[in-house]
Ligand binder design. Sequence first.
Ligand SMILES: Nc1nc2c(c(=O)[nH]1)N[C@H]1C(S)=C(S)[C@@H](COP(=O)(O)O)O[C@H]1N2
Ligand SMILES: [Mo]
Length: 493
Amino acid sequence: MSRFRVQVSNALPTLVVGLVAGFTAVVGSYAAAGFTPSFVVTPVTNWIRETSPAVVTNSIIENLGSLGQTLLFLSAVALFVGGIAALVVGSRSLGQRLNNRALPVVATTAGTWAFVALTTGQPLLALGAALPPGAVVLLFVTAPSLPVPEAVDSRRRQVLSSGVALAGFSLAGYAVGQRRTPDLGGEPLAENSKQQQLLQGAAEKSFSMDGAEPLVSENFYTVDIANVDPTVDESEWNLTITGEVDEEVTLGYSDLKAMESVDRFETLRCVGEDLNGKKMDTALWTGVPLQDLVARAGPNGDCDCVRLRAADGYYQVFPMDALEDSLLAYGMNGNALPRGHGYPVRALIPGHWGEIQVKWISEIEVLDQDAEGYWEKKGWHGTGPVETVAKLHAVNDLDDGRKEVGGHAYAGVRGIQQVEVSTDGGSTWNAAELTEPLEGIDTWRQWRYRYDPPGGSHEVVVRATDGEGRLQPSEESDSYPSGATGWVSKTVQ
Ligand SMILES: Nc1nc2c(c(=O)[nH]1)N[C@H]1C(S)=C(S)[C@@H](COP(=O)(O)O)O[C@H]1N2
Ligand SMILES: [Mo]
C-alpha cells in the first residue's frame, strides 16, 4: 500500500515535469527559429500530414481550412511535448535504478537536441530547443527533498514559483521568436504607378455590395500544405529548369526583375472548396512570361509535361501546353508577393485550378514520363481546366425596398458571357448585371441582380454561361476529386 503510494507520487510529478520540459522545448525552439521551417513543430506537422491517410489530410487541409491547420499544429505540439515527457519519465526511472541523477538531464538534453537537429537540419538552432528542457530536469533532480510536515506548504510555493517562471519564460520566448521571424515580402514594388493605375481602374469597375469581395480581393485566401510557410529571401532565390532539357537554366531574382514585366489580373480558385465557398479570389499580378524561359532550356521530354517544385516540398505535374501565357509572378497588387502567397516567386498558369499555381517555386523539371502531383497522389484531379461557377454571397435590402443579390462568376480563360438569376426556385430566369472585364485572360466578373421581393420566403438560384456559350452544369457533385459543380441557390426571406 505505502509502496504503491510512493510510486504513484513519484511518477506523477515526473510526468508533469516531463510535460513542462517538453513545453519549454517548444518555446525554446520558437525563440531560436521564429515561425520558420526550422521551428520544430514544422517537421512534426509535415510528418503527421504525410503519414495520415489521404482522406484525413484532404478533409483537414481542404475543408477545415485554417482551423485544420490549427488542429494539425496543436497535435504536432502535443506529440512533440508527449515525446519529450516520455523521454524524461523513462530516463528518470532508469537513472533512479542506476542511482545516476545526471542521466535524465543528459538524456533529455541530448535526445531533444538530436531530434530537433535531425528533423530541422539546424544543429545550432536545435540548442534553443534542447537547453530549456535539460534545465527543467536539472532543477527537478537537484531540488532538495523535504521532510513530510513541511512538504505541503513548500511544495505549494514551489509549484507557484515554477508556474510564474514558466509563464515568464514563455512570454519572453514568444517575443524573441516573433522578432526572429523574418519579415519577407509585401513591400511596395519600386515602380508601381502602373499597377496603382490598374487597381484604380478595377476599383471603379467594381460593384460595391455588402457581403461580397470587390473585383480585387481584399482578403485573398491561402491554401498551404505546410503549417509554416517557407522563408526564402529573394537574394538566395533561384529557379532551375532541369530534367529533359538541352541545357539547364538557372535564374535569380535580379534576372527576373531585369526582364520586361507583365501586369495582369488573374483569379485563383481552389479545387477543394465548396460550390459557394470563399477560396476564389482575384489579384493584380506582376511577373515575366514563363514559357520563353522554359524554351530557353530546350525541353525535349517524351511526355510534353513538366513538374514544378517548391521550397515547401510541394510539386505539381501538368502538360507543357499549359505554360502558354503563364507567368512567374513576383508582384501582387503593386507589392512584392507576400510570404503567404509565395514570396519571392510563384507560378501563375491561366485557366487551371489554384493547386497548380505553385508558390515559392524552385524548380521546373521537364519530364519524360507523366507523373502525379502532390494532390493527385491523394486522389484529386485538380490539374485540368476550372469548372464554371456563379457564387451568391451578397443578399442585401436596398433603401427603396428592393432586394439585391450578387457575387462573382468565373470560368477561367473561357470567361463569363452571362449570369442569370431566378427568384422563383428556377422556373423563370433573368439576366444579371455584370462588371466590365478586368485586364487579364483568366478573371472573374461580379454579377448583381436587383428585384422587387415577392413577399415571404423565396428561392434564389444563380447560373453562369461561359465565354464559349456553355451553361454551368446543374448536376451537383462534391469538390472531391475534380471540383464542385451545380447551381448555387439560397432561400431569401
Ligand atoms: N508551394 C506551394 N504552392 C501551392 C500550394 C502549396 O501548398 N504549396 N497550395 C496550392 C493550392 S491547393 C492553391 S488553391 C493555391 C492557393 O494560392 P494562394 O494561397 O495564394 O491563394 O496555391 C497552390 N500553390
Ligand atoms: Mo487548392
